[in-house]
Design a protein around this ligand. Structure first.
Ligand SMILES: Cc1cc2nc3c(=O)[nH]c(=O)nc-3n(C[C@H](O)[C@H](O)[C@H](O)COP(=O)(O)OP(=O)(O)OC[C@H]3O[C@@H](n4cnc5c(N)ncnc54)[C@H](O)[C@@H]3O)c2cc1C
Length: 373
């Protein structure tokens, strides 16, 4: 990797949204960047994400603030071109099963209390708030969050990679399992599975659900709570849905090309992990999810699964993001979080700022990896 004496050389491991976003922000800040990833870009969670942009419900105040800032950065991107098919702000709608109206009302009251835009609607009021939903699927009240949106992460990665290449970033695909190299306690760079070495002043480990296993050889323990998950993309279908739906039996969002993206967690027990690391699920379970989703859409269109992808959804053991430099290994940073779609742009920006300036950003104070030491 070529660099001038004053240019910071950074190696980023992981071609998901966190690695790609941080790499691009580093290039914007003047760093020299090499991005290495095991296979292709967006090959793991980023390639199979519902990617609902939100801070709905209740969570810690710093996590809420970071997510709201995350949505803000997407708003800026959206404002530059509102016609991108892969980034839209049509709001979000959630409801609970029958008999849980009090929980729905409590969630709405909490959201209002933190200034999050939240409307409590009766089923017959939903159509005037947002189109394309079957009101008879809503047993009691629903919450509409008008400020939420969705992104297709593979499209966002393509978009960011254009800038990555234009700014002179170096990309190494199919690098196999890359590891961090250390000399006398300080990060020196990275090594690919085939033994190729790259020197760097700083390394960022953004390996999604594999992050704890990449850090373990450094003596760093990050608890891993990543569950198995699946994303289904339907064949193109005529629908008017604009919002992301979070409902008891299916989560649904629009996807480019008139398709819908579907996920949930009730079918987790039907997923089989094979010895070669691949996953499978019975096709009738995939169709059952599509049928559940169909019930939510106005006109109940027949939904046919076009593809489905299964793998781990990155979630740190305590549910909070893990962001920043390792105390034990100076020069090695980590980016490992749940809701990495919502946080993709903001965490890339803040981590790149920390790496280039050496100044810690206050919004990341409670998310440091050192909390597990
Ligand atoms: C079904 C599902 C639904 C989701 N819904 C939402 C949502 O609604 N809203 C939201 O905000 N977020 C959501 N998420 C979460 C979000 O998609 C992820 O947090 C985000 O995509 C993670 O990005 P990442 O870059 O951290 O990891 P990944 O996308 O997993 O990328 C990690 C990369 O690192 C590579 N890698 C791993 N180990 C190594 C190694 N040793 N050497 C080299 N490369 C390596 C992998 O091959 C991969 O390319 C969802 C995720 C899933 C799966």
């Amino acid at each position: 990797m070529s660099s001038t004496a004053s240019t910071k050389r950074v190696a980023v491991i992981g071609g998901g949204i966190l690695g790609v976003s941080t790499a691009v922000h580093l290039l914007r800040e003047g760093a020299s960047v090499i991005l290495l990833t095991e296979r292709g870009l967006a090959s793991e969670a980023t390639g199979r994400s519902l990617s609902w942009l939100n801070s709905a419900g209740e969570r810690s105040t710093p996590y809420h603030q970071l997510r709201v800032a995350g949505i803000d950065r997407y708003r800026t991107l959206f404002a530059a071109d509102p016609h991108r098919e892969w980034l839209q702000f049509g709001g979000g709608v959630m409801w609970n099963t029958a008999g849980r109206a009090a929980d729905t009302a409590a969630r709405h009251a909490y959201e209002k209390s933190v200034g999050y835009d939240s409307k409590l609607l009766e089923p017959q009021e939903i159509a005037t708030a947002t189109p394309g939903i079957n009101p008879s699927a809503v047993p009691e009240s629903a919450i509409f969050n008008p400020g939420e949106g969705w992104v297709s992460l593979p499209d966002l990665v393509d978009f960011l990679m254009e800038e990555f290449h234009a700014r002179g970033g170096e990309l190494v695909l199919n690098a196999g399992k890359v590891s961090v190299t250390v000399d006398t306690g300080r990060t020196t760079g990275v090594e690919t599975a085939a033994g190729g070495t790259y020197e760097a002043d700083t390394v960022l480990v953004a390996c999604g659900a594999a992050t704890p296993s990449v850090l373990a050889p450094l003596g760093v323990n990050i608890p891993n709570g990543s569950p198995l998950s699946m994303l289904v993309l339907t064949k193109p279908v005529k629908h008017d849905l604009k919002a992301v739906l979070n409902t008891p039996r299916a989560a649904v969002r629009p996807n480019p090309g008139s398709a819908l993206a579907l996920d949930h967690d009730w079918y987790e027990g039907h997923i089989t992990e094979h010895t070669d690391g691949s996953f499978s699920i019975p096709e009738d379970v995939v169709q059952e999810l599509a049928d559940e989703a169909s019930k939510l859409i106005a006109g109940n269109p027949e939904l046919k699964p076009a593809s489905w992808k299964i793998g781990y959804k990155p979630i740190p053991g305590d549910g909070e993001p893990v962001l920043g430099e390792l105390d034990q290994v100076p020069g090695c940073y980590v980016a490992f979080t749940h809701s990495g779609a919502t946080l993709g742009l903001i965490t890339g920006e803040l981590l790149a700022g920390e790496i280039v300036t050496g100044k810690k950003h206050p919004m990341l104070a409670t998310f440091r990896p050192g909390r597990f030491s």
